[in-house]
Design a binder for this molecule. Structure first.
Ligand SMILES: [Zn+2]
Length: 231
């Protein structure tokens, strides 16, 4: 099977904006980092400045990006405030030594102003768009764009289904960008059905088998930054 896959993790509170707990970061992230190390996969970690501040340091061995200040919907803020939050998030992460290379707007909801600010701040690329969420009228962002390919819930489906969907993507797309969250590796109750189903042990097991299956079929795992020269 030809194809490249960028596995990305969004570090944030549990199932935003529905919960303000941090079980995913506390219990899910260590399990995920262990899994990635076992499989030899370098991921791209988009972290909110708030989530980064809860960790003792930047996770080793992975590329990092910024995912906003506190997972706020930037498209619902006045343009100047959206820009200010992106600046503050970036400054905070840089002060913590995270050196974010790329940017991803929370909920894949950027604005033209946010993307302009991202470019001005010197980011190498953006990953704020998603193929399943069209944004008419945004215009070219002025920096390389890696849109997310599939909703993260696809990775929690039974393997017979997720393999079929992913198999199609890696055969037909030059790059498949996968998105996943630490809170999906922890059982989430009391949230919207699509956010909560098969979370916890089931999700971790399915993710492990899916990543193994892709690797066994010759798929190459890349970080988004590694794809820059080929754009
Ligand atoms: Zn997010």
């Amino acid at each position: 099977m030809r194809g490249k896959v960028a596995f990305t993790l969004d570090l944030e509170e549990d199932a935003p904006p529905f919960l303000r707990t941090w079980r995913g970061m506390e219990e899910g992230l260590p399990a995920l980092l262990e899994l990635l190390e076992e499989l030899g996969i370098r991921a791209t970690l988009f972290s909110t400045a708030e989530a980064a501040g809860r960790l003792p340091g930047r996770p080793e061995g992975h590329e990092v990006g910024c995912h906003g200040l506190r997972h706020e919907r930037l498209d619902r803020l006045p343009p100047a405030e959206g820009r200010r939050r992106v600046r503050e998030a970036t400054e905070r992460m840089r002060r913590m030594g995270w050196r974010p290379r790329g940017f991803r707007a929370p909920n894949f909801r950027p604005t033209a102003e946010v993307l302009d600010e991202v470019r001005r701040l010197g980011y190498s690329y953006d990953s704020s768009l998603a193929l399943y969420k069209p944004y008419p009228g945004l215009g070219p962002p002025g920096l390389p764009e890696f849109p997310n390919t599939l909703p993260s819930s696809i990775l929690r489906l039974p393997l017979s289904l997720s393999r079929r969907i992913l198999g199609w993507c890696v055969r037909h797309l030059p790059l498949t960008v996968l998105d996943y969250h630490p809170w999906e590796a922890v059982e989430m109750r009391g949230v919207r059905w699509d956010l909560g189903f098969s979370t916890g042990e089931t999700s971790l097991r399915r993710l492990r088998e899916l990543l193994l299956w892709l690797g066994e079929r010759g798929v190459e795992f890349v970080t988004l930054g590694e794809m820059l020269p080929s754009l």
